[in-house]
Design a protein around this ligand. Structure first.
Ligand SMILES: [Zn+2]
Length: 247
């Protein structure tokens, strides 16, 4: 997609750079400009910077961050500066629903900083009333413009749901994933030992969770219908480090 240069006058999330960039500008097919790369310290997102980004531009920034992660070209962040700049207010661009898996930290794999996103984490990235309340706060009150449900490959919670694992409170959590197990169309072996099936269920679980969010949260559904936010999904591949966005 084409993105106006003014949306990208700073670093990946539109922040003002406090040090000169190295002058390395990488053309990324953007109309009329280039996305500045190189060494740059970033402040936290301001309200004005966040507000002028469209949901599509925010998704593009997350894609770019994952590309940097995969190339080993992370932003040279000054976390202390981001912490100080965001202490009196936060203007995150997106709210994520992702798994607790220790290998899938959204902020790291999409090269994001302090104040960039809200991140709800729960095993199997399933929604519930409290998650929806958090998302409604994030979008309706705090101004986030993207709801991203991110599943991942080789998900232990998905395996547990396939295997009908039972343990304390985990049982009822896995029950929320089981509809995705049933709904997954798959021609091979339908077992937790088959990673092809596990990943197919994880993808279906993301798709169904997105549908659940729209169904169970009129607040978010109305925001999406008005174009104020975009609700979409992604799958993170533990092997390749790539985040595949659905949109
Ligand atoms: Zn997981």
């Amino acid at each position: 997609m084409r993105i106006p240069k003014e949306a990208w006058d700073c670093d990946g999330f539109g922040r003002r750079n406090f040090l000169k960039t190295t002058g390395v500008a990488t053309a990324l097919g953007l109309t009329g400009g280039a996305l500045l790369t190189g060494s740059a310290y970033a402040d936290a997102l301001t309200k004005a910077q966040r507000d002028r980004m469209t949901p599509e531009q925010i998704i593009e920034a997350m894609k770019d961050g994952n590309e940097r992660f995969r190339r080993g070209e992370r932003k040279n962040r000054n976390y202390l500066r981001e912490q100080k700049a965001s202490a009196r207010g936060q203007y995150p661009a997106a709210v994520l629903l992702s798994c607790i898996d220790s290998r899938a930290p959204a902020e790291v794999i999409m090269d994001l900083g302090i104040g960039d996103i809200f991140n709800c984490r729960v095993a199997g990235n399933v929604e519930n009333d409290d998650i929806l309340g958090s998302m409604e706060f994030a979008c309706r009150l705090a101004g986030a413009k993207v709801v991203l449900v991110m599943g991942h490959t080789a998900c232990g919670a998905v395996k547990g749901a396939i295997d009908n694992a039972a343990l304390g409170n985990l049982t009822q959590l896995l029950a929320k994933i089981k509809p995705a197990v049933q709904a997954t169309t798959y021609s091979g072996e339908r077992s937790a030992k088959n990673y092809g099936f596990v990943d197919a269920v994880a993808r279906k679980n993301v798709e169904m969770t997105i549908d659940d969010i729209r169904r169970d949260s009129p607040v978010l559904a109305e925001l999406e219908a008005s174009g104020a936010i975009k609700i979409t999904g992604a799958m993170y591949n533990l092997e390749t480090g790539a985040v595949e966005f659905f949109a």
